[in-house]
Design a protein around this ligand. Sequence first.
Ligand code: NDP
Length: 397
Amino acid sequence: MGRVLIIGAGGVGTVVAHKVAQNADIFTDIILASRTKSKCDAIAKAIGGNRIKTAQVDADNVDELVALFNKFKPKIVINVALPYQDLTIMDACLIAGVNYLDTANYEPKDEAHFEYSWQWAYQEKFKKAGLTAILGCGFDPGVSGVYTAYAAKHHFDEIQYLDIVDCNAGDHHKAFATNFNPEINIREVTQKGKYYENGEWVVTEPHQIHKPLNYPHIGPKESYVIYHEELESLVKNYPTLKRARFWMTFGQEYLTHLRVIQNIGMARIDEIDYNGQKIVPIQFLKAVLPNPGDLGENYTGETSIGCRIRGIKDGKERTYYVYNNCSHEAAYKETGTQGVSYTTGVPAMIGAMMFLKDEWKRPGVNNVEDFNPDPFMEQLNKQGLPWVEVFDGDLEL
Ligand code: NDP
């Protein structure tokens, strides 16, 4: 049905490559490109069958990207490099006439701040070019928005309270490691907390609001309100929401390490001088931390991510909880990576599949909840991320 180009050969890129290769009827040709070509080659070799071509690209460089796009002529690019590259890849898509999908919104390198405004500003350009851009199509953002759209479409007349709950109850048996790119992860979780209530954003100190929540098959885990990017588009697209929050679990060990990392200056994102050389401490830290893509081998336990929603149906209050549990071991068996890469990579593949099947095709810049959730939900069940619904249970929130 179409040729796809994946950019980024980290943990998530590995999963996307496996999943597109498994769906050969949709993805007829696959190209995997990244800054370090040897990583692409290793992934292509592990998948085998000469299914995947590889290439080197610096995705900060628009000209290099355009040359790559013109050489391979993909119908869609799946961007699973870093959020820093979103805008250069979108620029190249506009020049070369290629559709676009990513899993994380743009953030500038020199400011730990993410919001959609930079990418939403491309709306008219993508519309005019007749190209579709699909933003934030991992698990969260991604499936969290699709779950919300599905709930609003099928189970509510009005959704009023939304809590996205993200639990990783896995154990990678390392003293400290992050489950996706350490630089992006640490920038995200050390930010101030922020949630939406009664038409306003409420800002808190980092990790100020927390409580234990019960996760299916896992039990109670301390969960913390943090700011997460999908809240920005969801409160805009569902104006009936009175409150929208995002909760993530953290273990005490993780939080202690994080505090030390911050206190000793290793989370700094500005350049410092080290022996006459400029280095950015958080980038140096990334170089010495375990590679998230390599955590899979000894990872045990599960992730559980879902949406807990309260609202009105047929004049009565109703609650709804939809979630997926993903086993790190099963993810590793299938793709050689852990569950967080898996839960991100599978939806990215499904988003591209939705585009190629003409299910999700709309010139302009779109968040996932702008599209019909039904075919995507169907694919989640087929592609390794089955979901479970609980009606009128206790949401604890
Ligand atoms: P990794 O750090 O493991 O992989 C990133 C890859 O991008 C690496 O292969 C890296 O190359 C490559 N890359 C970085 N800069 C460039 C560049 N300038 N040009 C070309 N390639 C580049 O990250 P993850 O796989 O863990 O995460 C990938 C993305 O997924 C991130 O944007 C992350 O925010 C997002 N994510 C989204 C989630 C969701 O649910 N929505 C959850 C988790 C992650 P090299 O190997 O040379 O360093």
